[in-house]
Design a binder for this molecule. Sequence first.
Ligand SMILES: Nc1ncnc2c1ncn2[C@@H]1O[C@H](COP(=O)(O)OP(=O)(O)O)[C@@H](O)[C@H]1O
Ligand SMILES: N[C@@H](CCC(=O)OP(=O)(O)O)C(=O)O
Length: 373
Amino acid sequence: MINPSWRRVVLKVGSALIAPEHQGCSEQFLRPIAEFIRQCRLQGLEVILVSSGSVAAGRHHFNFQHQRVPIALKRAMAAVGQNELMNFWSRCFDFPCAQVLLTHGDLSDRVRHVNIQNTLRRLLDHNVLPIVNENDTIATDELKVGDNDNLAAMVATVANADALIICSDVAGLYTADPNKDPNATLIPAVKRISADIYALAGGASSAMGTGGMRTKIEAAEKAAAHGIDTMIIDGHQEFSFQCILAGKNPGTIFYGQAKPLSAKKHWVRHTLRAKGEIWVDDGCIEALCQHGASLLCSGIVSINGEFDSGDAVLVRCAVGKRKVAKGVSRFSASELFSIKGQQSRDIESCLGYCPTGSDAVIHRSEMMLLERL
Ligand SMILES: Nc1ncnc2c1ncn2[C@@H]1O[C@H](COP(=O)(O)OP(=O)(O)O)[C@@H](O)[C@H]1O
Ligand SMILES: N[C@@H](CCC(=O)OP(=O)(O)O)C(=O)O
């Protein structure tokens, strides 16, 4: 294995590998991937598979020729395709497979998040292969992750994996989209994901791919913040899998951070979605960024959006509106309208009650500074 310290890996397989001809699941690329999973398990690695392809695999059952599929039809295609997908994967192995269908709503709810973690743990303990996909049949824009690269990174985080391997249709991250630029060259390793790395990424070039390279870099960034290494490899080539098993790098490796974020901070930063904004003054920004303070109501200038206590919000500078932090608000938007700019001791007299028993609007432990990242 490329890194002998890896104990648990998440392997993500894109739709173009599952159903390359739009005619249901194809053995062509899946057999070598299945063999790789088998070999990993023989080497003592725990494997979680994140398999795309429910829509691509189900499409041939519907007489629909247009490129853009209406969402209601996509949900129906996913329902039938997911079944084909699971049947196919199950036939590849002589050990049991488990279907785990998730939405973003499941990953961002603390109780369901823990349930997912416990279920994956139990499945791996009993040598079952978890096969994860987004629950496309019911997912709404608000509740879905939207692409399986980011979903796989969230699964790698919740499962405390050591590595995320993304099987794509190109060998890795190139200096430009290799399908458009013949001079593009492969970047073998990325130590830090910066804006320059994002600038290299274009969208999906195949009709089946969802996010292109950008969502793969987002996934690598999420994983790295949890200390997880990410590899992007060409899943069409058996050689890619042989390389990994032989300890070589056939694509691009993004190294996990040596000092990962705490699980709570990672969840706030990389899983929760901001439901609103709190705009703060310069003194407040200095307290947050330079003194590690919690956010208090005295520094709040304005509130934007509807959110409840417990929802994630963005903290923005009132002047210039740049993003300063992301965190969990202990007050709702309507409560903050009443107490913004007030001293903490006045919260109770403004609201008639003190909802949290603490004066922090966002506690330090539930806030991630964005400016330092
Ligand atoms: N800098 C880049 N390096 C490699 N591929 C890139 C880059 N920018 C854009 N791409 C495109 O991203 C595609 C892979 O993403 P996608 O089509 O979503 O596939 P998948 O099904 O693997 O998720 C490649 O085929 C390529 O055309
Ligand atoms: N959940 C969707 C796939 C979403 C997705 O990200 O697809 P891909 O870019 O092919 O990995 C499905 O199963 O059809």
